[in-house]
Design a protein around this ligand. Structure first.
Ligand code: GUN
Ligand code: FE
Length: 415
């Protein structure tokens, strides 16, 4: 058992933060036993670790990140989606046929993810099985609860990054079978997006989803170009989500729909019917998509929204920066579109912790029984001005650095 003495902040629900100024959090083995303002007498003899004026928050979940694009973060931002993919991103992803390159990148990516306070993630790999296996092994070794996908792309892709349909299906099943019983890093089906996947491929993936009970992650209505391209490829489908529904790909959880910027009411209906998550990647959408999610109105329609870094369309691995970005972009959206509303910091923090945590086991909050996956943040106050614990968290998300993360805990152990 361990007892930590510090301020503590976590999401109670979408509209409320639970905030304790200088309290005690009792951790038994890997899970939270309770939070106390005065320590119960039964714990009086236990060792207490005092984190002074630091704040303990839940570790973050990144529900949309491309590990192979890690070397490209903060680079190659001068084009929009289609050109960005063809000119920069696809050539980079082709490098992962070299497993030594994959080993170097995926080891560094995993370490940096943890360094930035992300301990649960939904991750895209590339089309290559050996490299995708390496990515899974890196995350599994570090005990990162994650969903990892070998990417599928069999049409409209450059020859150097295109799969034969049958090979793609066979290799996906091999990948799923190999990792289905992993403890932490589990497989998820990952058709890249509708424009690069044939319907035959998606239908076969639907069979794999059913046979192994695995979910799906993809990009959904991320740009006007992508939305229209998808409709062209799938004559007869009225919207992006319908393509995946028809292919039988929405019946197994989790369903992770990255971006969801231009959804029709039908896209929204289908996502909700299948208990899917829309993933907001604020910086990525401004960098390469030039679109902004309707975060406020989607929340008001009870759409579940989580947050993604979307490296390398997004430049920051730290989800804390995406939390503030989500608030900032919602104001621009509300200013230009009268039906929209801005979102609060509390809502954005909830999306990146408690809401996102729902696709994993017992993470994202400090209620009793949840894993103690936590960050201790600090050195964000001025000597001349005391901040409330929640203000320290807000400042961290707006202008904090990775050096403001003072300690990291995964399943109760400091790492
Ligand atoms: N759509 C298809 N592939 C990608 C990708 O790698 N990144 C982003 N942001 N959108 C995509
Ligand atoms: Fe993406």
């Amino acid at each position: 058992m361990k007892i930590y003495h510090a301020s503590i902040v976590y999401s109670k629900n979408k509209d409320e933060l639970q905030e304790f100024e200088k309290a005690y959090i009792v951790v038994e083995n890997d899970r939270v036993e309770g939070i106390y303002e005065t320590l119960p007498s039964e714990y009086e003899d236990a060792e207490i670790i005092d984190f002074k004026n630091y704040v303990i928050i839940p570790a973050f979940s990144d529900l949309h990140v491309h590990a192979p694009q890690y070397p490209q973060r903060g680079l190659a931002m001068d084009k929009l989606l289609s050109d960005w993919l063809n000119d920069y991103t696809f050539p980079l992803e082709a490098k992962y046929k070299d497993i030594n390159y994959a080993k170097d990148v995926y080891n560094a990516f995993t370490k940096d993810l943890i360094k930035h306070g992300t301990m649960h993630a939904a991750v895209f790999s590339t089309i290559h099985n050996p490299a995708s296996d390496i990515l899974v092994e890196c995350l599994e070794k570090e005990h990162i609860q994650s969903f990892v996908g070998k990417v599928n792309m069999d049409i409209n892709s450059p020859n150097y990054l295109k799969e034969d349909t049958k090979e793609s299906i066979k290799n996906t099943e091999l990948f799923v079978k190999k990792h289905i019983n992993n403890k932490y890093a589990k497989p998820i089906l990952t058709p890249r997006f509708a424009p690069t996947c044939s319907f035959e491929l998606l239908e076969e993936l639907g069979h794999i989803a059913k046979k192994y009970n695995v979910g799906m992650q993809t990009h959904i209505v991320e740009s006007i170009w992508e939305r229209d391209e998808a409709k062209k490829c799938y004559d007869g489908c009225k919207c992006d989500m319908e393509i995946y529904e028809k292919a039988g790909l929405l019946n197994n959880e989790p369903i992770i729909a990255a971006h969801f910027i231009f959804p029709s009411s039908r896209d929204i209906k289908i996502l909700k019917e299948h208990n899917g998550f829309a993933i907001h990647c604020p910086d990525a959408t401004t960098n390469v998509i030039a679109g902004i999610m309707k975060t406020g109105s989607l929340l008001d329609k009870d759409v579940k929204i989580a947050i993604g870094s979307d490296i390398a369309a997004g430049q920051y691995l730290g989800i804390y920066h995406q939390i503030s970005s989500a608030v900032r972009l919602s104001k621009i959206k509300a200013f230009y579109e009268k039906k929209e509303r801005s979102i609060s910091f509390t809502e954005a923090f909830y999306m990146a912790t408690k809401e996102a945590g729902k696709i994993f086991d017992y993470v994202g909050t400090f209620e009793k029984g949840y894993y103690f996956d936590a960050l201790v943040i600090g050195d964000l106050e001025d000597d001349f001005h005391k901040l409330k614990a929640s203000e320290i968290v807000e400042r961290f998300c707006y202008s904090g650095e990775v050096t403001n993360i003072k300690h990291r805990f995964l399943r109760g152990k400091e790492i």
